[in-house]
Design a protein around this ligand. Structure first.
Ligand code: GLV
Ligand code: GLV
Length: 319
């Protein structure tokens, strides 16, 4: 019996690729860019497993064309880029990479909170423009974190990690999730809030939910209108949870004070008006982008593929 073939849609750190090579024939896309749908179809022909990126839109149409593929190991914790239910129907297993990127992503959310509160990026730009004229008492004032309310939308692994870090900065944590989490299972002080209360009470509102039908456009004009005028919105989860046009409107009209974003509704496109706003910090989707994490993610996709072809249930199956 020949070895199974695995196709990887974009270069990933070697650790996982090496591990895969000890079990399979591995082919990595020769292009350092996102593949088109046709390229994915062509290059996966004859492969039984594939490693996909969040940027690969694996919808019904494409799944129908992946005739030999039995498992898709997504190189991400989020898997909204894959129609997982339809994949299941077609007998294709989908896995993700949870856990290994929790702290790194929480760090980026915390960085965004600090940057918007203390105007870090804006200050850096001012200095580089040569406009720093020396200290004075009323210059460049920001917001203190201590005793402010951090509202977390989605208290999963990442939301909890953000909460724990934020507690050290003196933030008071409230959260909203589909339902309250059993008291005692959380090792930091927090209170459940209704979605309305989360909007009303948060000085910083940080999104850590999965993108799905329920969370798509969860934040629109209505929600921004209910938030505090001095509040900041933080999103290091998925862009389409926020209706970006509405966020721009709310920011322009000073309904909220600012935003820190690592993800965008139409990535990699960014609403042009966001680019010109001083009270907005924009990062290029780098939540999990550390050397250590990206390497662990590559080993994790390898472990899922290996388990699958050994006839076991892959540890990180999502469908
Ligand atoms: C990246 O966005 C991920 O979901 O891992
Ligand atoms: C993702 O890792 C989450 O559960 O927050």
């Amino acid at each position: 019996m020949g070895r199974e073939k695995i196709f990887i849609t974009r270069r990933i750190p070697e650790a996982g690729v090496e591990k895969l090579r000890t079990h399979f024939d591995v082919e990595v896309s020769p292009f350092d860019r996102n593949l088109t749908r046709d390229e994915i179809l062509r290059m996966t022909a004859g492969a039984q497993g594939m490693v996909s990126m969040v940027t690969d839109a694996i919808d019904r149409d494409l799944l129908d064309g992946l005739v030999d593929i039995r498992i898709i190991a997504n190189y991400a914790v989020g898997f909204n880029n894959i129609e997982i239910d339809y994949a299941r129907e077609r007998g294709i297993v989908v896995t993700n990479t949870p856990g290994v990127l929790t702290e790194a992503t929480a760090d980026v959310a915390m960085a965004l909170i600090l940057c918007v509160a203390r105007r870090v990026v804006e200050g850096d730009k001012l200095v580089r423009r040569g406009e720093f004229k020396g200290f004075y008492p009323t210059f460049f004032l920001g917001a203190e974190l201590k005793n402010k309310v951090l509202g977390i939308y989605g208290l999963g692994r990442i939301g909890r990690a953000v909460a724990k870090k934020a507690v050290c900065f003196g933030l008071k944590i409230i959260y909203h999730d589909v339902e309250p989490i059993t008291e005692g299972s959380l090792d930091f002080p927090t209170q459940y809030a209704s979605f309305d209360d989360l909007l009303k009470k948060s000085d910083f509102l940080s999104i850590h939910a999965l993108l799905n039908e329920e969370t798509h456009h969860r934040f629109t004009l209505k929600e921004f209108g209910a938030m505090k005028k001095g509040a900041f919105l933080i999103n290091a989860a998925r862009g389409p949870i926020v209706k970006e046009d509405d966020l721009v409107y709310a920011l322009k009209n000073r309904w909220i004070a600012g935003a820190g974003l690592d993800v965008y509704e139409f990535e990699p496109k960014i609403h042009p008006e966001l680019i010109d706003m001083e009270n907005v910090v924009l990062l290029p989707h780098i939540g999990s982008a550390t050397i250590e994490v990206r390497e662990r993610m590559s080993v994790m996709v390898a472990d899922n593929l290996i388990a699958f072809f050994q006839g076991k249930t892959p540890p990180n199956t999502v469908n």
